[in-house]
Design a binder for this molecule. Structure first.
Ligand SMILES: O=C(O)CCC(=O)C(=O)O
Ligand SMILES: [Fe+2]
Length: 191
């Protein structure tokens, strides 16, 4: 019950963020919201135990999330998350890295996925709760025409979330080059 309520609240927050992103890009404000409405989301709890030699390891290595919006709820230990370019609001990280890959493509490259990693510390365990919003697997990711016109060209070809997530799982750890590598790979295998 608590789980369900939490997910509903995260969905509502995601949709509000999607509307703001649409407004910022000058496209129909409901456009992205509609795109994700029948999608699925994942809630993951990360646990980082204390580590005797924190300088020799990482809690989570540098990566970009491969879904669309991540809302990260952290416990009181904030300093371990290192983000290149995200927005932190008192313990909630809106990882607009987070306007991740499908979203990078949906915005025709205007919003970029950001790299982040989690460190560990010697004394305390740390927990975080990550909510990942993703589109339905077979939805075709394609930017609205007005963004293509304003950029003058398509940055990425059409793809489905299923193909992108398979690529990330099987071929390549997600980082800021993933979408370009996925594009090259999908063209080489004629997806
Ligand atoms: O625990 C954190 O601070 C980061 C977790 C994270 O990046 C992830 O779950 O993708
Ligand atoms: Fe992440």
């Amino acid at each position: 019950m608590v789980y369900q309520k939490y997910c509903e609240a995260m969905m509502d927050l995601s949709f509000a963020i999607l509307e703001l992103l649409a407004i910022s890009l000058g496209v129909d404000r409901k456009l992205y919201r509609k795109f994700f409405e029948d999608g699925f989301s994942i809630l993951r709890c990360n646990l980082y135990p204390p580590c005797q030699e924190p300088g020799n390891t990482l809690g989570t290595g540098p990566h970009c999330d491969s879904n669309s919006i991540t809302i990260l709820h952290q416990d009181q230990i904030y300093r371990e998350l290192q983000v290149c370019n995200g927005l932190i609001l008192s313990g909630l990280l809106l990882n607009l890295e987070a306007f991740h890959f499908p979203a990078t493509a949906l915005s025709n490259g205007k919003y970029k996925s950001c790299l982040h990693r989690a460190m560990v510390n010697k004394h305390e365990q740390r927990k975080s709760l990550a909510f990942f919003l993703s589109p339905r697997e077979d939805k075709v990711v394609r930017p609205p025409q007005e963004l293509v016109c304003s950029e003058g060209k398509r940055m990425y070809p059409d793809f489905t979330w299923l193909n992108l997530s398979r690529f990330v799982q099987n071929h390549y750890r997600a980082d800021d080059n993933t979408l370009q590598n996925f594009t090259n790979w999908s063209q080489s295998v004629n997806l």
